[in-house]
Design a protein. Structure first.
Length: 218
């Protein structure tokens, strides 16, 4: 892509760095940065542009010929007793305003989505108007749930919402991966399992208040 003066100024503003700082961190010449932003030169030398894009591209995303946005981390580790709470906050943030979006839960035995430590978060998700479905091992869970057979190997808790996949990787430890491809694959796996497993109560699932609600509009 060809970097524009507007994008370079916007990228610096987003990162709150000066021209001097950008030159030092990227290795690009300060005079080239100044002249380019002021319109003294129409195009950067290839070496200078490559250096700037290499440094800035790790922190910001260039959109089209004018747009700039902070780059979201493609993965995040949540640690500690608040890991689950932060994950549910992330679900709310990413589903808000998305028409028809929902969270899909593939639950292991520990923690089960409907265990005491998680049921409150699920209730809050439901009360906020967000849709969710779950496949788990708990026989007395509320709809919308499909129960995995007894011989189904329990997996660590997995959740897919939007383009994010959350994976339990240890006690009080979650990995959040921002990956449309990974999210699409897990959604397909979930839907195949969902279609293959019997409903707990067909009438409840069809008419229940939690099924496929519209995500809360911002």
């Amino acid at each position: 892509m060809a970097l524009t003066p507007d994008q370079l100024r916007a990228a610096r503003a987003l990162l709150n760095i000066s021209q001097d700082d950008l030159a030092k961190e990227s290795g690009a010449a300060l005079t080239s940065i100044r002249q380019f932003e002021l319109g003294g030169i129409n195009k950067l030398q290839q070496k200078t542009e490559t250096a700037l894009l290499s440094y800035l591209g790790e922190k910001v995303e260039f959109i089209g010929g004018r747009g700039v946005a902070l780059r979201e981390k493609d993965h995040l580790i949540l640690d500690g007793e608040s890991a689950i709470a932060h994950m549910f906050e992330d679900i709310h943030t990413h589903l808000r305003g998305q028409e028809g979006a929902e969270a899909l839960f593939l639950c292991g035995n520990t923690p089960c989505l409907f265990s005491p430590e998680l049921i409150g978060y699920c209730s809050a998700l439901r009360d906020a108007g967000f849709a969710y479905r779950a496949i788990c091992h708990k026989q007395d869970a509320e709809s919308p749930v499909r129960v995995a057979p007894a011989n189904f190997t329990p997996l660590p808790l997995q959740i897919v919402y939007g383009s994010t996949v959350a994976q339990m990787i240890g006690p009080d430890r979650l990995l959040l991966a921002r990956s449309p491809m990974l999210a699409k694959g897990l959604k397909q796996t979930f839907e195949m399992l969902w279609a293959a497993l019997p409903a707990l109560d067909a009438d409840d699932e069809e008419d229940g208040p939690y099924v496929r609600k519209r995500a809360l509009r911002a």
